[in-house]
Design a protein around this ligand. Structure first.
Ligand code: FAE
Length: 543
């Protein structure tokens, strides 16, 4: 079998230009459809397309591009908005320090990961009328899950960190995946496509914007820990020009959680632009898939379209032969659980809903000595980590996060990724017609213990302490929310070894739900590479 993995660069740039132009004109005209050619109007009866991709995050974007390149007419369905049209302030996204209605997905108040500062309720803001904002927090018992909503999914709101997992851990988590092929072919391909780059070490050492990272790094090294830099999809050359005030500031203007107006190479700038540029891929925005059923050889999707204020403006159906689910760990698992539990797709495997985990996420913060000031200007794009992954008892990869509030805080903030072996389970709640996560509060303890082992040692060695004022209830560790939901449709369990869902033909999963709850580093590079690997296997079998 030949596996298609690359397109010549010249073809990519022509396509990308066409795709970007389609995004701009859809935004300018206020359309909920992005395409280079006009496609049929779904509001007139049930339409049929050969392939549907649900969602527009990493797995979906890869899949749609490769389907489009193969000449297969594909419709992408995204419940969030297209984020390319500036608001009244001339900006597409609002900043983390000054959030407005664009920040959160139908919420009355922002729900930032840090709830207080100096125990004061100064972080979150009331938002007024709920709106289809870009960041969602889905709350379950004992676990809140942050996800991106919009064309580009998580790429719109994430920190852009794109590390490659340690090979031995990747092999442990996904033992049936050919690691040689992944590390030789698909990780490099994903890095190239996503525009992964690394900070210039000379810039890292001298810029005031990463003083906070250098301070944390110094203290970690004093305690005997190894540190490393983390590649990113934020354009570090742009960042340097921001500092020189040659271009509008984004990472240096507190933008990240509610979107970056500049610098970030989110999926709409690469995979999705290329996909639309093939002329075969259409994206429908503000369109949510509610249910999936089977009619003869086809899948029929029940859809609902809203306006940005949440009013339902259309309901209908769309038929397809091949259905690719890329709605993220929560979204994909919910759709399949609903299909199984309502009897629409009764042969779906019992493994759907299992193997869920938060990638061992835990946040913590330390208070530094007065002479170790972290600086008022902090880049929102993290680029240094404390690497304690090889600790035999408490492995942790702790990324040094900014606290970009524009004034000195003497605080060092961290997102630690740990190898928490605990797994949760998603089940279907018939009463509320939605998925529910079963995650006990004690299940976060192994993650907290790993982070604690690392930061206790830093505090002991350097004579510093934890901050208690940031996460509410005087907590030093926050492991009751995550940025990295993984699992629910685990590769090789709910699906075959390439993401084909067991029990049904032409039904595929292509997102973070394939990864069994933990991958040891930030996950989007792995999700992208795995999606490339899987679609390369499926393409020759498609019409
Ligand atoms: P994802 O990107 O979540 O896309 C799913 C899409 O499907 C979304 O656009 C949804 O709106 C849409 N959707 C869901 N349900 C439906 C439905 N029923 N109908 C239609 N559309 C639907 O999926 N990861 C890193 O590797 N590095 C980082 O630095 C990093 N930082 C993060 C920071 C934040 C604040 C957050 C929230 C996440 C971060 N992540 C980071 C995680 C990363 O963004 C996430 O793993 C990926 O986005 C997951 O990719 P998927 O393709 O699984």
């Amino acid at each position: 079998m030949t596996e298609q993995i690359e397109t010549p660069p010249s073809a990519i740039s022509r396509r990308r230009f066409a795709g970007l132009a389609a995004f701009s004109s859809a935004a300018a005209l206020g359309l909920t459809q992005v395409a280079t050619a006009r496609s049929a109007d779904a509001s007139r009866g049930r339409e049929f397309v050969p392939a549907v991709v649900v969602g527009t995050g990493y797995g979906s974007a890869v899949t749609a591009l490769r389907l489009g390149e193969a000449g297969i007419a594909t419709t992408m369905l995204e419940m969030g908005q297209l984020w390319t049209k500036p608001g009244r302030d001339g900006k597409v996204f609002c900043s983390t320090l000054n959030p407005d209605h664009r920040s959160m997905w139908f919420a009355r108040r922002t729900e930032a990961p840090l709830s207080t500062f100096l125990w004061l309720d100064v972080v979150n803001r009331d938002l007024g009328r709920p709106y289809a904002g870009v960041l969602d927090r889905v709350d379950f018992d004992n676990m809140g899950v942050y996800v991106g909503r919009g064309v580009g999914g998580g790429s719109l709101v994430n920190g852009g960190m794109a590390p490659t997992p340690e090979r031995a851990y990747f092999e442990r988590m996904l033992p049936r995946v050919d690691a040689d092929q992944m590390y030789r072919r698909y990780f490099p391909l994903a890095r190239r496509m996503l525009g992964v780059n690394s900070i210039d070490p000379r810039y890292l050492e001298k810029t005031p914007a990463y003083r906070y990272a250098r301070v944390s790094r110094k203290l970690a090294q004093q305690a005997g820990f190894r540190t490393t830099t983390i590649p990113n999809v934020y354009d570090f050359r742009y960042l340097q020009r921001e500092e020189r005030r040659q271009v509008p500031r984004s990472a240096l203007a507190g933008e990240v959680l509610y979107g970056n107006n500049h610098g970030k190479q989110s999926l709409d700038k690469n995979y999705l632009a290329d996909a639309v540029g093939t002329g075969k891929v259409t994206i429908r925005t503000l369109t949510k898939v509610l249910a999936i059923r089977r009619e003869r050889d086809d899948y029929v999707l029940t859809l609902e379209r809203i306006d940005p204020w949440g009013k339902v403006v259309w309901r209908g159906e769309l038929g397809c032969r091949h259905l690719f689910l890329g709605a993220g760990s929560l979204g994909t698992t919910e759709l399949l659980l609903r299909a199984r539990e309502t009897g629409a797709l009764p042969n779906l495997p019992a493994a759907i809903g299992r193997g869920w985990g938060p990638n061992g996420n835990v946040m913590t913060a330390r208070a530094n000595h007065l002479w170790d000031w972290t600086g008022p200007l902090q880049s929102t794009i993290p680029t240094v980590a404390v690497d304690n992954w090889h600790d035999p008892i408490h492995p942790a990869f702790a990324e040094i996060a900014p606290l970009p509030v524009g004034l000195e805080t003497w605080a060092s903030l961290y997102l630690a990724i740990t190898a928490n072996p605990e797994r949760g389970r998603m089940v279907f709640d018939h009463v509320h017609n939605k998925a529910k996560l079963l995650w006990g509060s004690g299940q976060s303890n192994p993650a907290i213990q790993s982070a604690k082992a690392l930061f206790d040692k830093i505090n002991r060695s350097t004579g510093t302490t934890y901050r208690h004022d940031l996460f509410g209830n005087n907590e030093r560790f926050a492991a009751d929310f995550c940025y990295h939901p993984l699992g629910g449709c685990v590769l090789g369990q709910a699906t075959d070894n390439h993401g084909r869902v067991k029990g049904y033909r032409n039904l595929y999963v292509t997102d973070g739900s394939l990864i069994p709850g933990s991958i040891g580093v930030n996950p989007f590079l792995t999700i992208t590479a795995l999606a490339e690997r899987n679609i390369a296997r499926h393409l020759p079998t498609l019409p």
